[in-house]
Design a protein around this ligand. Structure first.
Ligand SMILES: *Cc1c(COP(=O)(O)O)cnc(C)c1O
Length: 468
C-alpha cells in the first residue's frame, strides 16, 4: 500500500484543523526553519481510507484469536478507554499546581493501593514507561539498597535460563554481572544449581513465577529463603500477572520488589508501540529509593522518567480493577488458567506440550520431534496459522525448549474460539505430514509472505525519505 507521503497531492486540503484562534507569535530568525516541512497534503476521505487500509493490514485482538504467549494479548474493555478519554484526565499538565489535580493524584494513589494489595508490596511507582524500564527501576532499587549499606561486593544477579531476555539485559544495564543458572528438567529452578552460585557477591535473583514455560515453581519459598540467607534480594518479573492476580502474592512468596506491565494484565492495549506503563512495587525497606512522582532534588530515590509516567495507562488499570472488583480479579486469573489448560488438552495428541502437567496461564509446545518427522518447523506452523485468521503464538521462546510455540489464550476468549483454534492446530498437524511444502510457503493469504527477518533487524528502514 502507498504511504501518506506518496498519496500527497500538492495543494490538496481538508478542514480537519480549524483556523488558528490565537495571535501568531514571531519566532526569532535563528529558530525559524528555512524550508517548509514536507507534510502530506490530502483530503479528509483519503486520510480516512489510508488509516482504514492500514488497520486492515494488521491482526489485532479485535480481528481474531491472538495467543501470543508471554504478551497477554487480551481484549480490553471499552469502558477503560472511555475513562482514559475523560477531559479531566486528558487535559492536565504535569506542572499544574497540586491543588488543581487532586483527582488525578487520587487515581494514582488508589491504583497504587490496590496493586500493593494484589502483589503484597508496600510501595508502588508508576514512573517507568514499559516492562523492561520497570525491571531497570526495580534492579536499581536493589543496587541502591546494597550501596547504601556500603556492601560493594555484591556484583552478581542470578537469572535462570528460562528468563525473559529483558532480565539479563536489565541486570547488565544496571552494572551487574549476570549469572545464568540452568533449569531443572521440570522447567523450574534447580535448587542445587542455585545454591552453587549464591554467595557474598550475590546482589539478587530475578525470577518469573509462573515461569516462562507456564509452570508455577513450587519451591518458591525455599528459593527466596536461600537468596535472602546469602544476603541477596529477590526480584519478581510480574510482567504478566494473569495467572495469579488475586490468588497468590509475590510479596508472600518472599519477593522484595516487582514490576507489573499495566499494558499486559491491566487493560491497556499493546503491541502497536503505543504507550505502556509499568508499576514497580517494593517492600517497606526499599521504599525510600522509589522514584518520586515529580522531579525532586536530593534524597536516595532514583528517577527513571519525568513526572508521574504514562498517567492515562494508570487510569485504564484503575478502571479495570474497579470494574472487576475483589471477586472479579481472581476470577479472571482462574479463567486464564482454565483456558490455557483447556486449549492444551485439546491440542494434546497432536503437537506435544513441552511439559506435560497442569499449566498456568500459558503453555509451550515442543515441535522438535514433529519437525524431524515432517520437516515442518515451529515457524512454518506459526505462519500457517495466519491463513486461518489467527495470530501466531510466540515462537522459539523460551530458549530452553527447541522448536517452541508458546500459547497464551487469555481469559477473555470463549470456549467456541478455543475449540476453533484447537481444530486449526489439529488440521495443521495433519497437513504437515501430507503437504509440508505448502506449509513452508505459508502464509498464502496475507498482505505479505515471509519478510527477510535478518535484513529487517540488521538493516531496518525506520524512516521514510523524500526522493530528491
Ligand atoms: C513482556 C515482558 C517483559 C518486558 O516488558 P516490555 O513492556 O515489553 O518492556 C519482561 N518480562 C516478561 C516475562 C515479559 O513477558
Amino acid at each position: 500500500m502507498k504511504l501518506l507521503f506518496e498519496r500527497s497531492v500538492s495543494g490538496r486540503r481538508s478542514d480537519l484543523l480549524g483556523s488558528c484562534d490565537v495571535e501568531y507569535a514571531a519566532l526569532p530568525e535563528e529558530f525559524a526553519r528555512k524550508n517548509p516541512p514536507a507534510l502530506p497534503e490530502m483530503s479528509e476521505v483519503d486520510v480516512s481510507r489510508h488509516y482504514t487500509e492500514l488497520n486492515q493490514q494488521v491482526h489485532g485482538v479485535n480481528s481474531g484469536f491472538y495467543p501470543l504467549g508471554s504478551c497477554t494479548m487480551k481484549y480490553n474493555p471499552r469502558v477503560d478507554e472511555d475513562m482514559a478519554a475523560l477531559q479531566g484526565f486528558t487535559g492536565i499538565h504535569p506542572l499544574a499546581p497540586k491543588d488543581a489535580v487532586q483527582g488525578c493524584q487520587e487515581v494514582l494513589d488508589t491504583a497504587a493501593g490496590y496493586l500493593c494489595e494484589i502483589t503484597g508490596m508496600d510501595g508502588m511507582t508508576f514512573q517507568p514507561a514499559a516492562g523492561a524500564h520497570g525491571e531497570f527501576t526495580g534492579v536499581m532499587l536493589i543496587k541502591q539498597y546494597h550501596e547504601k549499606r556500603g556492601d560493594s561486593a555484591r556484583k552478581k544477579i542470578i537469572v535462570p535460563d528460562s528468563a525473559h531476555g529483558t532480565n539479563p539485559a536489565t541486570a547488565v544495564m544496571c552494572g551487574f554481572e549476570v549469572v545464568n543458572i540452568p533449569s531443572a528438567p521440570n522447567g523450574c529452578i534447580d535448587l542445587e544449581a542455585l545454591q552453587a552460585v549464591l554467595g557474598d557477591d550475590t546482589a539478587g535473583l530475578m525470577l518469573t513465577n509462573p515461569n516462562t514455560v507456564g509452570i508455577f515453581d513450587e519451591n518458591i519459598l525455599e528459593i527466596t529463603r536461600l537468596v535472602h540467607e546469602a544476603g541477596g534480594l529477590c526480584y519478581y518479573d510480574g510482567a504478566n500477572l494473569n495467572a495469579v492476580m488475586g490468588i497468590v502474592r509475590p510479596g508472600d512468596m518472599g519477593f522484595d520488589c516487582i514490576h507489573l506491565n499495566l499494558h499486559k494484565t491491566f487493560a491497556t492495549p499493546h503491541g502497536g508501540g503505543g504507550p505502556g506503563a509499568c508499576a514497580v512495587g517494593c517492600k517497606e525497606f526499599l521504599k525510600e529509593f522509589l522514584p518520586h512522582s515529580a522531579l525532586m532534588e536530593g534524597g536516595d530515590s532514583i528517577q527513571v522518567r519525568s513526572f508521574s509516567g504514562n498517567f492515562l495507562v494508570v487510569v485504564r488499570a484503575l478502571t479495570y480493577l474497579l470494574t472487576l472488583g475483589r471477586e472479579g480479579v481472581p476470577e479472571a486469573a482462574r479463567n486464564a488458567v482454565l483456558n490455557a489448560n483447556y486449549l492444551m488438552e485439546q491440542i494434546k495428541g497432536t503437537f506435544v506440550p513441552a511439559f506435560d502437567r497442569v499449566c498456568m496461564h500459558e503453555f509451550v509446545l515442543d515441535l522438535s520431534s514433529y519437525k524431524k518427522e515432517t520437516g515442518v518447523s515451529a515457524l512454518d506452523v506459526a505462519k500457517s496459522l495466519i491463513d486461518y485468521g489467527m495470530h501466531p503464538p510466540t515462537m522459539y521462546f523460551p530458549l530452553i525448549v527447541h522448536e517452541a510455540l508458546m500459547l497464551e489464550p487469555t481469559e477473555t476468549e470463549s470456549k467456541e474460539t478455543l475449540d476453533e483454534a484447537a481444530a486449526v492446530f489439529r488440521k495443521l498437524y495433519e497437513l504437515g505430514f501430507r503437504d509440508p511444502e505448502f506449509m513452508h510457503n505459508a502464509p498464502h493469504n496475507a498482505p505479505i509472505g515471509r519478510p527477510d527477518e535478518v535484513q529487517a533487524s540488521r538493516k531496518p528502514v525506520l524512516r521514510w525519505k523524500k526522493e530528491q
